[in-house]
Ligand binder design. Structure first.
Ligand code: ADP
Ligand code: ADP
Length: 216
């Protein structure tokens, strides 16, 4: 990210710099924690990296490609190559773990065996024995593992996570970070993760602190 800016209008009408000239980078395979108090701009930054939102100015470059200038079609394709994980797991309650993981795959994709890939991903996150379980039968940590496996079904090089341990106790939160470290080991996935859990930050390669939309 170079000189990245996003300004909202606060309720008072004055401009609110949610992202204020942010310069930041993550190396391939790096696990970066975005820290800072609530409202410091962590979600905004993740949304800008994932092209869920458009910056007012500045650039985002991923894998040598500048995404800020892409058209609609190219942007949609870019988004499919990014995995997202959220604080709430957003699993579909009537589907098994396996079917939740395959859910994002477009129906016409027959170039790979999506169930085999989902099974393998569930194994990678330590849920190989629970592929047939409904979300209601899984603990919070297990549900987040399913959500992580789902985020990886498109084999993204980049995983963006917004407070992925925010709904979990600290022990379970640390396990989730171990899962992410394992994915880096196995697939080389780069992870950028908003968190204010110190136990989680400690396990990341690097922390970038935001304050009022600014780094540092
Ligand atoms: P964090 O993730 O660190 O809690 P956010 O990125 O959610 O921070 O928010 C940064 C600032 O931008 C906050 O002051 C928030 O209220 C404001 N903000 C975020 N999204 C919007 C929006 N859609 N409209 C107006 N203000 C917003
Ligand atoms: P291949 O090129 O034979 O698929 P890879 O080493 O690229 O071999 O991948 C091994 C396995 O890991 C494959 O089954 C693939 O689906 C899975 N995989 C590879 N990269 C990722 C990724 N970034 N996210 C999730 N799964 C992946």
């Amino acid at each position: 990210m170079r000189e990245l800016c996003k300004t909202y209008r606060a309720d008072s009408g004055s401009p609110l710099h949610a992202c204020d000239r942010v310069d930041m980078e993550a190396a391939r395979g790096e696990i970066v924690a975005l820290t800072g108090p609530s409202g410091s701009g962590k979600s905004t930054l993740l949304h800008l990296i994932g092209a869920l939102d458009v910056p007012d100015s500045g650039t985002v470059e991923v894998d040598g490609r500048e995404i800020t200038g892409l058209g609609r079609r190219a942007l949609a394709e870019y988004r499919r190559g990014v995995g997202f994980v959220f604080q709430r797991f957003h699993l579909l309650p009537t589907l098994t773990a396996l079917d939740n993981v395959t859910a994002p795959v477009l129906p016409y994709r027959t170039d790979f065996d999506k169930r085999a890939r989902a099974r393998e991903l569930l194994e990678s996150v330590g849920l190989g024995e629970r592929t047939g379980a409904l979300p209601s039968k899984l603990s919070g940590g297990q549900q987040q593992r399913v959500a992580i496996a789902r985020a990886l079904i498109g084999r993204p090089a980049l995983l963006l996570a917004d407070e992925p341990t925010g709904n979990l106790d600290s022990g379970t939160g640390k396990e989730i970070v171990e899962v992410l470290l394992g994915l880096r080991e196995r697939f080389g996935t780069t992870v950028v993760m908003a968190t204010h859990d110190p136990g989680v930050v400690a396990r990341c390669d690097r922390a970038v602190e935001l304050r009022d939309g600014r780094v540092g």
